[in-house]
Design a protein around this ligand. Structure first.
Ligand SMILES: CC(=O)SCCNC(=O)CCNC(=O)[C@H](O)C(C)(C)COP(=O)(O)OP(=O)(O)OC[C@H]1O[C@@H](n2cnc3c(N)ncnc32)[C@H](O)[C@@H]1OP(=O)(O)O
Ligand SMILES: CC(C)C(=O)C(=O)O
Length: 591
């Protein structure tokens, strides 16, 4: 019996589930899953004729970043005024036109930030300012005090939880009492701010996704009636998945039910606010848009309570990746990430969609091979179409978008470790040093690199690859070498080349002259005379480096009785590189 190496984890040994086919060997575990009620007994899914499964995403929704409120309230250290302002200015620069700036009745920092907006011009006129409040009269009054003097459009966002557990356990109300509390909050909003021409209203039935559909519909309709929603002054109904609890299709059904049954639908902006407890916040938001949602609240890179608010950067870039303008500028995503990390004091994961450090990088051989071929095809197509590479359709395998669209270079697209193959290795040498390896040498070199990465266990950079290449292929003469090429010269004898060579063999100088042959052939023949046959199968010329500093690199494939090997020679000229390559081959053949 195999001893368990994880003493606190027990390999499931229980019964095979009833009816499981013979090929399914999974057993019942000891996880206490029975403690969690079946989701469909907790969520009332409305019965509807679904239209969302056949819809397509064709336009960006209205985006509302809530980093300064919902994101901020989830931070161990809420943002100080400088961080709030920096984040706000970033959002404005990116093109967000509606921004939830805080919960002004909750803290002096939030209140003061709203006052900063009132007293300065940090908010351009076309940016709508959203402020958040619970349905408590004194807090609504303070919220309205905070927005006095703001000339921008303002949204007062009122919320109260409506789901059964929250109603009974947290707020201590039944359905009707709670509706009255909400309406009373709605009336307070009207009393304090109803006359403010620049103000619109938003209502969120918190934990919408766990609330009975008919009840939440009734509450929402009562609010739009109370606030007299009209097309010219629409009310925002924001339907949060405050804690994700079911699969995204359930949320989509719930949203479509509201979309199809809300009163004054043309005077309602239907908004969603998914969280990410099940890791499906993005899917919930996307399906909700298919189901009729027009507006999405979330956080840039997905900070927020517990597992976060839905990530509106990923949502926007998902649209971009399918040909839809996200209406937000992500062309310098690393600057956006740096600012968001500074403000939240939280790091973005290296695998985070689009923005993570590793998300455009391939380590594995077959991916690298495909990407390399994809780049070659892309450049060729751009050239054939006579258009800039940034304009032609993107089809590079494994890269959903062109990293350049979001300000990334191609430097990190391919990185080499023990999982890599010839394609990636060749790509790095070529992109970093301009060295073009023929396919058979790629295969040979990959074996050497593999030995190196297996031995070190770590990644190898382009510089590292070049040094492995030099060690393997660029042999140099040593003191012990029995042969050395002392000098060579090529002269033109009435159109015919003459090659003159001086070879040092075991301390003896041998001069020879060769007419009508190339220098490589001449040197090979004189080496053969001295008992060192160098049988060259193929010769390739490339270069190392770019511009005037570049050197020639000659790559030789050589046959011996033991098999094929490769050597290289480097020099200021093609001739120097070639002679050096042949001498490298000779040194290998003479040992
Ligand atoms: C899903 C969301 O993100 S909701 C937003 C959550 N954000 C925050 O809580 C951050 C800011 N909050 C705060 O600073 C504080 O909670 C404050 C200042 C708003 C209120 O503080 P306190 O008055 O000390 O109340 P506390 O937070 O302890 O409790 C909340 C009270 O408000 C009630 N309440 C909670 N939500 C609401 C609501 N939306 N409308 C009306 N009453 C509410 C609760 O039932 C509780 O009442 P009780 O004291 O009679 O039991
Ligand atoms: C009240 C709303 C908007 C909210 O933050 C949530 O439900 O998560």
């Amino acid at each position: 019996m195999i001893q368990p190496s994880f003493p606190h984890i027990s390999t499931p040994t229980g019964a095979v589930p009833a009816g499981a086919p013979a090929w399914n060997q999974q057993r019942h575990s000891q996880m206490p899953s029975h403690r969690y009620a079946d989701v469909y007994s907790r969520v009332e899914v409305p019965t509807i004729e679904r239209d969302w499964p056949t819809k397509r995403l064709t336009a960006a929704p209205l985006w509302v970043p809530v980093d300064l409120r919902d994101g901020n309230q989830a931070l161990a250290e809420p943002m100080d005024p400088a961080r709030k302002q920096r984040f706000f200015e970033l959002m404005v620069a990116m093109g967000y036109k509606e921004i939830e700036v805080g919960y002004p009745s909750a803290s002096q920092t939030d209140y003061d930030f709203v006052r900063l907006i009132a007293d300065t011009n940090i908010a351009p006129n076309d940016v709508t300012i959203v402020v958040f409040t619970p349905a408590r009269r004194e807090l609504i009054e303070r919220t309205v005090a905070a927005i006095q003097g703001i000339s921008n459009p303002v949204v007062i966002h009122l919320y109260t939880a409506t789901a059964p557990t929250w109603r009974s356990m947290v707020l201590g109300y039944g359905q009707e009492d709670l509706k009255q509390l909400i309406l009373s909050g709605g009336r307070d909003v009207l009393e304090f701010a109803g006359d403010m021409k620049n103000v619109r209203f938003e209502f969120s039935p918190e934990v919408f996704n766990l609330t009975e559909p008919d009840y939440v519909l009734d509450v929402c309709n009562s609010m739009t009636e109370l606030w007299d929603a009209r097309p010219e002054r629409p009310v925002i109904l924001n339907l949060p998945a405050t804690v994700e609890i079911a699969t995204p299709n359930v949320y989509a059904d719930q949203i479509e039910y509201m979309h199809k049954n809300l009163a004054r639908r043309d005077s309602v902006i239907l908004s969603v606010h998914p969280h990410n407890d099940r890791g499906t916040g993005i899917a919930c938001a996307e399906l909700a848009i298919l189901a009729g949602a027009q507006r999405v609240e979330g956080c840039i890179f997905g900070n927020g309570e517990r597992t976060g608010n839905v990530d509106i950067a990923t949502l926007a870039l998902n649209l971009h990746a399918q040909g839809v303008d996200p209406m937000i500028d992500f062309s310098d995503i690393d600057e956006i990430r740096r600012t968001v990390e500074y403000c939240n004091r939280l790091e973005v994961h290296p695998r985070h969609p689009y923005v993570g450090d590793l998300v455009h990088t391939a380590f594995s051989g077959t991916h690298q091979d495909a990407i390399k071929k994809g780049f070659i095809e892309h450049r060729a197509r751009a050239q054939a179409e006579g258009r800039p590479e940034r304009e032609v359709e993107w089809k590079v395998p494994y890269l959903p978008i062109d990293p350049a669209d979001i300000g990334r270079s191609y430097d990190a697209v391919i990185r080499v470790n023990s999982q890599s193959g010839k394609g990636g290795i060749a790509y790095l040498l070529e992109s970093e040093y301009g060295i073009e390896l023929p396919r058979r040498l790629q295969i040979d070199f990959a074996r050497h690199v593999q030995r190196h990465t297996d031995a070190t266990g770590s990644e190898v950079t382009a510089t590292g690859l070049w040094s492995v290449f030099q060690q393997v292929y660029l042999q140099r003469d040593t003191q012990e070498s029995r042969i050395a090429l002392t000098s060579y010269q090529i002269s033109d004898l009435e159109g015919e080349a003459r090659v003159e060579l001086v070879l040092d063999v075991a301390g003896q100088q041998h001069t020879s002259s060769h007419d009508g042959v190339g220098p490589v052939e001449a040197l090979a023949s004189v080496l053969a005379v001295h008992g060192i046959p160098v049988d060259i199968v193929a010769l390739h010329q490339t270069s190392v480096g770019v511009g005037s500093d570049s050197e020639a690199l000659t790559l030789l494939e050589v046959r011996t009785e033991e098999g094929i090997f490769w050597v290289a020679g480097q020099g200021r000229s093609v001739l120097a590189a070639s002679m050096s390559a042949v001498m490298s081959a000779a040194l290998r053949c003479s040992v």
